[in-house]
Design a protein around this ligand. Structure first.
Ligand code: CAA
Length: 406
């Protein structure tokens, strides 16, 4: 029983082909070189995968208003072969979802078809050196110039930065405002004067994915670049975007877990010790069974979150996306670590891809909201839900309960 539609399965099959024919054979090369894999990006574009989350009305192939199951189906397959490639793909959804969530019709018509065709790559610039989990603390400033805006500031952890043509940038437009309404979003293009790439990070995993600092030294943009044509909506658009994008990070983690499980499953069926394949030993069987159980549970939770998004059940997405992101990426770390264990000494060596799965998995617990932030989101939703559970008061202890006095 799958929660995926025929449309989702079609794109999943296409992604699997690209993953096996192009991504897996090149994964080690780009991991070592720590370079953006343009030849893989071209194969992804040729297969039509960059348009799967974008509605047909804006040049994509998505049949619905929201197409997050298409996104997760593709990310899972690419990540099965290389976690870095999973994210170079998925970050385009993160960068373009603010347009889908809050762009004007003109902005959608102008930018989304270029992203869907794979002609332009797009990144997401929210985090700063002093504004990570506390995203509202961002300091990048956009000042009105009369007819446009001038942007000053610096962003941290811009994934795909340098490779991308377009950047969705969150900046303070109203510093006097105390609420999240002081933040707005802008589209910046790579050739805009004043835009530049700063520090390029040297990373533990997802090494084919550039992660950089981006600088905005008085970048001038006209009114058409203000997302949605309105100030004050940027933070809400960022949060709504993350709700839609987090199932994608979850799928990256789950794809890594699936890929590592397959490698470990095959290896333990071939490796002989004490006169038999090691998968005949109960301790190994238990590890494999736990890995399979956790990976499949993650998959079903991700499909549920993506399904809620696609059916427009936006009220449920915030919670389900956080549950899926947190669970699946914790599973990714556990399963890839156990897979390394099952490879024994070979697992620790760079001669084989299994150690890369473990390195690639770590970041999925950190970016697009740490798993501590996900638990905070989950707990906030539970606290709200508690308010509607008053009918249980009769059967729980109360402060003014009667005591038994004999
Ligand atoms: N959808 C829509 N609006 C939302 C929302 C949602 N899910 N969550 C909050 N909002 C709105 C609120 O309604 C509120 O609006 P009003 O002021 O109009 O009432 C406003 O946003 C502020 O809400 P909160 O007070 O709840 O916000 P907060 O400051 O307490 O922050 C948080 C909450 C969940 C911790 C948030 O800051 C967060 O998600 N932090 C993590 C950020 C993150 O994921 N960063 C990663 C960036 S991407 C990356 O990693 C790099 C990359 O390129 C891959």
């Amino acid at each position: 029983m799958t929660q995926l539609s025929d449309e989702n399965l079609h794109w999943q099959a296409k992604a699997r082909e690209v993953a096996e024919d192009v991504v897996r054979p090149l994964a080690a090369k780009y991991d070592v070189a720590q370079e953006y894999p343009w030849e893989i990006k071209d194969a992804i574009a040729e297969a039509g995968l960059f348009g799967v989350w974008i509605p047909e009305a804006y040049g994509g192939s998505g049949k619905h208003e929201w197409n997050i199951r298409n996104l997760v189906a593709v990310v899972e397959q690419l990540s099965r072969a290389c976690g870095g490639v999973g994210v170079i793909f998925a970050v385009n959804a993160l960068g373009s979802l603010p347009l889908i969530v809050g762009g004007t019709e003109e902005q959608k018509q102008h930018y989304l078809p270029q992203v869907a065709a794979g002609e332009k790559l797009i990144a997401f610039c929210l985090s700063e050196k002093t504004a990570g989990s506390d995203a509202q603390a961002l300091k990048t400033r956009a000042v009105e110039t009369g007819g446009g805006w001038r942007i000053h500031g610096e962003k941290k952890w811009t994934t795909n930065g340098g490779a991308t043509d377009l950047y969705t940038v969150f900046a303070v437009t109203d510093p006097e405002e105390k609420s999240a309404a002081r933040i707005s979003a802008f589209i910046v293009e790579k050739d805009d004067p004043g835009f530049s790439i700063g520090k390029v990070e040297d990373k533990m995993g997802i090494r084919c994915t550039p992660v950089v600092e981006t600088r905005f030294d008085g970048v001038e943009v006209d009114e058409s670049r203000l997302l949605g044509g309105q100030t004050g909506k940027g933070f809400r658009h960022a949060m709504a975007t993350l709700d839609m994008a987090r199932p994608g990070v979850a799928a990256q983690g789950m794809g890594l877990a699936q890929g590592a499980l397959e490698l470990a499953n095959r290896y333990t069926s071939q490796r002989n010790q004490f006169g038999q394949p090691v998968n005949r030993f109960q301790m190994v069987q238990q590890m494999l069974a736990d890995m399979a159980m956790k990976t499949e549970a993650a998959r079903q939770l991700i499909y549920a979150a993506a399904g809620a998004a696609d059916s427009g059940n936006l009220a449920a997405v915030n919670q389900l996306a956080a549950l899926a992101k947190c669970f699946a990426t914790d599973v990714a770390m556990e399963v890839t670590t156990d897979a390394v264990q099952l490879f024994g000494g070979y697992g620790f060596m760079k001669d084989y891809p299994i150690e890369k799965y473990m390195r690639d998995a770590k970041i999925t617990q950190i970016y697009e909201g740490t798993n501590q932030v996900q638990r905070m989101v989950i707990a906030r939703n539970l606290a709200k839900e508690a308010e509607s559970l008053g009918f249980l008061d009769e059967v729980i202890p109360a402060e003014d309960q009667d005591v038994y006095e004999g």
